[in-house]
Design a protein around this ligand. Sequence first.
Ligand code: DOR
Ligand code: ZN
Length: 344
Amino acid sequence: MNSLTLRTPDDWHLHFRDGDMLQETVPATARCFKRAIVMPNLTPPVVNAELATAYEQRILSARPEGSDFSPLMTIYLTDNTTPEVVRAAKEAGVIAAKLYPAGATTNSDSGVTALSNLDATLEAMADIGMLLLVHGEVTSPDIDIFDREKAFIDSHLKAITTNFPKLKVVLEHITTKDSTDFVMAASENVAATITPQHLLLNRNDLLVGGIKPHNYCLPVLKRNTHQAALRAAVASGTHKIFLGTDSAPHEKHKKESACGCAGCYSAWSAIELYAQVFEDLGVLDKLEAFASEHGPKFYGLPLNEGTIELVNESWQIPENIALPNGDNIVPFFGGQTINWKLKP
Ligand code: DOR
Ligand code: ZN
């Protein structure tokens, strides 16, 4: 196959950051995605309607000339997020609220310390149709980092989905067979996203032959049997799993560091990398539904009208991206050659 036309896709999970960085991240995503769910883990976090609306304006101002890209805004749940806060956010157009267990990942210190604090808030979200987006990892130091996703499902997610059956829940950036099994067995109100890195890589790609900081993200890459389960899940064509890149830029010096940050910046090659995975799996015919249909249907939003075209042409992902502030980012898969290219 030499070219592939897809209904314009959306990215159901990413990090744009703020300030100068928006000049880099927003055009990178707007080059091929029509919409994106924008994570609220800024410092300080986006915890209410007012902050979400102001952030949305900053993102819109960073769009390239003529772009009709639309950010889909989220708020960050804390122990103090009341039902009134989520109702006001919904009225302001915020469509989802993000649950970060406190300390689970980048800028999650203000996250939720005990889910029992949020019963009334989750009930209100179910009532008004606001989605719950979940970073599904426990944080207790006695749980091994490779087991934190499974432990979260067992100790929290099963209870959330049982106690709030009307609440729509997205288990984001899943990394394990435990998660694919859970999502497939759960109700129609539970779905998941998968990143390019968790489909393409396993923990050998992080740790064998020297630590590869640019493959470090959270939840951390797992063993190859889990990677195989994720690949089988997307190959099945299930409507419960859709595209969410978790594109998450950190400056090069913050990744190549004694205490390196978690996150892979994949925006410049994400749709192309997913195409490569689907081609490897022999299911290119299932890419469009994964990238452009399952997500909007789950969120209750219209499908995009336009199309993008990918051509079968080798190109090299840049090794380095210069930022407006003089810093640099090493993009995910930087320097590697891939076979699909977005036609400008
Ligand atoms: O790898 C990650 N990076 N995982 C997350 O959950 C957060 C993200 C970030 O904000 O850098
Ligand atoms: Zn993320």
